[in-house]
Write a protein that binds this ligand. Sequence first.
Ligand SMILES: Nc1ncnc2c1ncn2[C@@H]1O[C@H](COP(=O)(O)OP(=O)(O)O)[C@@H](O)[C@H]1O
Ligand SMILES: [Mg+2]
Length: 224
Amino acid sequence: MQLLGVGRDADVFALGPDRVLRRYRDPGRSAEREAAVMAYARSHGVPVPEVFDVDGPDLVLERADGPTMADALVRRPWTLARQAGVLATLHRAVHAVPAPDWLDRRVGTGDALLHLDLHPENVLMTAAGPTVIDWTNAARGPAEVDVADTWLVLSAARVPGPAWRAATVAAAQGTFARTFRRAAGLDLGPALPTAAARRLADRNLDGRERQRIARLAGVADGGG
Ligand SMILES: Nc1ncnc2c1ncn2[C@@H]1O[C@H](COP(=O)(O)OP(=O)(O)O)[C@@H](O)[C@H]1O
Ligand SMILES: [Mg+2]
């Protein structure tokens, strides 16, 4: 099987021209909940790959042909403002959906469907439009926490690359984060500490990212 993507928890393989297999590396982990969220979001009009099958750690999905929004940004940096607008529009489309009642409320009161990892690495740019993947973190709650989460990731993530390019990338990242936040148009103040606490619970963040997230949200980093 041709390997299309390797993530922290899952590998993604091509299954012929039209489908992919997303397999959790932990064979004991179930993709059931993720499949249900994806099917639910799709049935409510959010652009999400179709779910064909789920079996234990395996998820068979419609193949979305195209680069990630992150790759598209590197290739066409002049489209930055437009892509930031597309990302904000995707957030709005997700949050317009009332969450199903079986989805847990982990990040405060509210009834919107939240993705909680909706950044340019999890948007695939297909000929038919952008599509949202990687629904592992989906929850029910206030839209502001989802937007705050993305804004923190955009502002704090360290994009790998050569040192000579780092300053340019950092500037573009800052502009992208600002443009996205403005386009989303929500008051993130109260949601930032909640979103930051969730991100800081991730033991895989490097020290610099932790510091930045804590500083941006005005909270203390509990260590890690
Ligand atoms: N439906 C899909 N169609 C085509 N490629 C996909 C699809 N889902 C995932 N991928 C590929 O696999 C990569 C990782 O998938 P993702 O669901 O984001 O998992 P991770 O948890 O590893 O981030 C994506 O960046 C993309 O290259
Ligand atoms: Mg991903």
